[in-house]
Design a protein around this ligand. Structure first.
Ligand SMILES: Cc1cc2nc3c(=O)[nH]c(=O)nc-3n(C[C@H](O)[C@H](O)[C@H](O)COP(=O)(O)O)c2cc1C
Length: 468
């Protein structure tokens, strides 16, 4: 099946290159995201260039097959009866490799690159293939040559790793560009699995430990009335934002749900976080979860948090775990949990939270808490990123923040939000002003330098702006 898909992909790629359009047909046939190794042999650097592009595009590991005995110019001079010629004439030749892949088991896809030598892959590729158990792995060969096509060089390797899933290979000339390699990989549906917790600034998302992808920038709806909330969520969605944070306690879940339903945007593109509250909700969590589902009325809930520690919090979390099993909730998290609270709580539950949402802004940075949470593979999200009610003006007028903002030609709010993103903290600023909502999403046209990050980090006053 993969062969057929791959062949279709190559055909579609050729068509795409000819007519200069994208490759939707192949994209829709994409393999699931995988952990990828780019392994290659290159005697004179041509194949290396392609391998480097592929590894860089995919964020994949790269491994160079290095001959134990390097090839000299004389060895490579073809049709001279030199070393390379002799090896290619001897199907049993297995030139030794120096070093090896550390943990081949972790990869499910191997891109295998080589130069064409007399119409075939160099024999060192045979050595490589026989050195590992490649069964069940997908192998995508690619080669470079002076003028020959890939010919049977890829198919002729199959018997060396018969249990692998071989895709049809492709040949590239010297001087192939990064864009051409990106188009080829795209057409073949090869995509690297995103790393949990690592922000993808191109997709503007982060992969959670629950396996779901969450936008790294969204809208907080605390203190927004029903109508304000509806309008704000609508403005966010129209501006391209897809992450919304609400809570039972905010009293606006129904407005969030209504705005989502009215938007016409496919449900799966939107990520909604809501929270249940200590007291009667923790005491009767099944009912609280159902209430959230009913009020939101958007099918499932992307993420549910416990609003803050309190009696019955473990019981409430376990009910949320059950709702995950039933498909009512996708991911779980906690809000206002710090190091001590997490140390006590985590051993009592089964599903590691995907997210912890705490107060974080330049005057209350939680520099001790954030690395601890992140070290557990849990994503951190900051509420009150702009300082919170009564404090926003002071924060946005801060001399250091204003001067950095002026240097980049952006607003103070954008600097603060970008600072969060560069620290790996998801931001959900609250706003009912459509202009601010749009501006708060526009965080990708500039980057803070290390020095600017350090200046912002130095603003910490350990000054909490709310009681949680
Ligand atoms: C021993 C040997 C045999 C080769 N045979 C061919 C060949 O049959 N057809 C071809 O087009 N190029 C052939 N080439 C050229 C290489 O395939 C081409 O230069 C390749 O891009 C080199 O890749 P590298 O720089 O990664 O080693 C041969 C090169 C060598 C050294």
């Amino acid at each position: 099946m993969k062969h057929i898909l791959s062949a279709l992909c190559v055909m579609a790629l050729v068509l795409c290159l000819i007519v200069g359009v994208g490759c939707p047909a192949c994209a829709s046939e994409a393999e699931p995201d995988s952990v990828i190794l780019v392994a290659y042999f290159s005697a004179t650097g041509t194949t290396k260039a392609i391998a480097d592009y592929a590894a860089d595009i995919l964020g994949a590991d790269i491994y160079e097959i290095v001959p134990a005995e390097p090839y000299t110019d004389a060895d490579l001079a073809y049709y001279t009866g030199g070393r390379a010629d002799q090896e290619q004439n001897d199907p049993s030749a297995r030139p030794a490799i120096s070093g090896g892949v550390e943990d081949m088991g972790q990869y499910d896809t191997v891109l295998l690159g080589y130069p064409i030598w007399h119409g075939q892959a160099p024999r060192i590729i045979s050595t490589f293939l026989e050195s590992y158990d490649l069964s069940g792995k997908t192998i995508l060969p690619f080669c470079t040559s002076h003028s020959s096509g890939i010919g049977s060089s890829d198919d002729d390797l199959h018997f060396l790793a018969p249990e692998a899933d071989w895709l049809d290979g492709s040949r590239f000339p010297a001087g192939t560009t990064r864009d051409e390699i990106a188009a080829w990989l795209d057409a073949c549906g090869i995509k690297a699995a995103p790393q949990t917790g690592v922000f993808d600034f191109e997709r503007k998302t982060v992969m959670l430990n629950s396996g779901y992808e969450m936008p790294i920038m969204g809208l907080g709806t605390y203190s927004l009335s029903d109508e304000e909330c509806y309008n704000s969520v609508t403005a966010l969605l129209q501006a391209g934002g897809r992450l919304i944070d609400t809570a039972y306690m905010y009293g606006n879940e129904a407005a969030v749900g209504r705005a989502i339903r009215d938007s016409g945007i496919p449900r799966e593109e939107i990520f909604v976080i809501t929270k249940i509250y200590p007291g009667s909700q923790y005491a009767n969590p099944e009912q609280a979860i159902q209430e959230a589902l009913d009020k939101l009325d958007i099918g499932y809930i992307d993420m549910m948090l416990l609003h803050h520690p309190g009696s019955n919090d473990v019981k409430a979390y376990k009910a949320m775990e059950q709702a995950v099993a039933e498909g009512k909730i996708h991911s779980l998290g906690l809000s206002n949990w710090y190091v001590k609270e997490l140390e006590e709580f985590l051993p009592q539950v089964n599903i590691t939270p995907a997210l912890v949402q705490n107060e974080i802004h330049p005057y209350y940075q939680e520099n001790d808490v954030i690395p601890y949470i992140q070290s557990l593979g849990i994503v951190v999200q900051g509420w009150y990123p702009l300082g919170g009610r009564g404090h926003t003006a002071e924060l946005l007028g801060d001399e250091t923040i204003c001067s950095i903002a002026a240097d980049h030609g952006v607003s103070s709010a954008q600097v603060i939000l970008r600072w969060n993103l560069q620290k790996g903290v998801v931001v959900i600023p609250g706003s009912s002003d459509p202009d601010h909502i749009r501006e708060n999403l526009d965080l990708y046209g500039f980057e803070l330098t290390e020095d600017e990050m350090a200046r912002l980090n130095a603003l910490d006053r350990n000054e909490k702006h709310d009681w949680y």
